[in-house]
Design a protein around this ligand. Structure first.
Ligand code: DCP
Ligand code: MG
Length: 361
């Protein structure tokens, strides 16, 4: 086995008509009906999503609500209830973590899982995907679709194949033939603008894309051309990247000349404390342990830490502790070339962390 590119077992899970399904679950009157979640039909809102019953009429995400009414006059419009969606999202993530720590959420309703090694020692990724779908239904009464493959790109594409409640495996042997048939719109990672450009030069399916050399793709589409060249051949070495919770928050600065003015240093640390307090408030984080880092002119580097009995992101707490820590150093007697403050032992608000998630290529 090539250790640089190990063979992996990847599952992509995506909830079916997520917001609309939650609405149908919580209001039996909506079951079996065309439900449209999003902006009001009279206003200028857009459709967030709609039930599969409404999709038959051509309604889809991001469509102006006014157009959705025209296409589906009997559609039932409901407002989004994000708290309910977040709760379901949290529940499905807990199920994912029963199988693996390598979970990479892409949004509230979908995630990649690397189950090459998993907590239940189940060798078949397809079996895990089946179990996960069942567990999701048991816990949330919602259905999910799953794709199973040896890489992220194929797993993502596979999860879309048999929606709703699908389970699709794409084996390495089947990958290339499958991709040749696939319309370019269904290639995960090929943006809308690129799809248009591709259409303009006659690339409508995987088979069309495959005729292009890597050099020509780069000439026509820039650096991403190399990515397109690989994915149409079913090649994708990207890892599933779990979003780790931040462990600390801090900043430091190296000075262009050595500093020995204690007054200057006090001012600098006050400003730094201010910056850190603001930054932490932005990400809704607070920490208990405050660490001061000092590098002297001879590169001797020391840290001094103090833990408060409570979490804080207040400027006054940070600057107060920092001043005390400074007294435990030789700053003032020895010239300094770097100073830094870090807060650790963080209590991050779970929701904030998830909300910061972004998926980008
Ligand atoms: N969403 C949104 N605006 C969009 C796209 C999606 O608000 N333009 C929200 C509503 C969806 C949820 O994100 O329910 C998940 O997006 P999906 O693309 O996975 O769509 P659905 O889960 O609704 O349907 P599908 O069964 O096709 O996955
Ligand atoms: Mg979905």
């Amino acid at each position: 086995m090539d250790s640089k590119f190990p063979i992996r077992k990847i599952i992509h899970v995506d909830m079916d008509a997520f917001y609309a399904s939650v609405e149908q679950r919580d209001n039996p009157e909506l079951q079996g009906k065309p439900v449209i979640v999003g902006g009001s039909p009279s206003g200028r809102g857009v459709v967030a999503t709609c039930s599969y019953e409404a999709r038959k009429f051509g309604v889809h995400s991001a469509m102006p609500a006014s157009k959705a009414v025209r296409l589906c006059p009997h559609g039932i419009f409901v407002k989004a209830r994000f708290d309910a969606y977040k709760k379901a999202s949290q529940q499905i993530r807990e199920i994912f973590f029963e199988y693996t720590d390598l979970v990479e959420p892409l949004s509230l309703d979908e995630a990649f899982l690397d189950v090459t090694e998993n907590h239940k020692n189940i060798p078949s990724a397809t079996l895990i995907a089946k179990e996960i779908k069942e567990r999701i239904y048991e816990v949330t009464r919602l259905t999910a679709s799953a794709g199973v493959a040896h890489n992220k790109f194929l797993a993502k594409v596979a999860s879309d194949v048999n929606k709703p409640s699908g389970l699709t495996l794409i084996t390495p042997e089947k990958a290339e033939a499958f991709l040749e048939e696939l319309p370019i719109e269904d290639f995960f990672g090929v943006g809308k603008a690129t799809q248009k450009k591709m259409h303009a030069v006659g690339i409508k399916s995987g088979a069309d894309l495959k005729k292009w050399s890597e050099i020509d793709l780069v000439k026509a589409f820039g650096k991403s051309g190399r990515f397109y060249y690989r994915i149409v051949r079913g090649i994708d070495h990207r890892e599933v990247k779990p979003h780790r919770v931040r462990k600390s928050y801090g900043k430091e600065r190296t000075f262009s000349e050595d500093i020995d003015s204690l007054e200057w240093i006090h001012n600098f640390l006050d400003e730094l404390a201010q910056t850190i307090a603001e930054g932490m408030k932005k990400i809704n984080a607070a920490g208990k342990t405050i660490t001061l880092k000092v590098r002297y002119d001879d590169f001797d580097t020391i840290t001094r830490s103090y833990s408060l009995p409570h979490h804080t992101n207040r400027y006054l707490d940070i600057t107060d502790v920092t001043r005390k820590l400074l007294e435990e150093t030789e700053v003032g007697n020895r010239p300094v070339r770097l100073l830094g403050i870090t807060l650790s032992n963080l209590n991050l608000n779970e929701e904030t962390v998830w909300e910061q998630l972004e998926f980008s290529f």
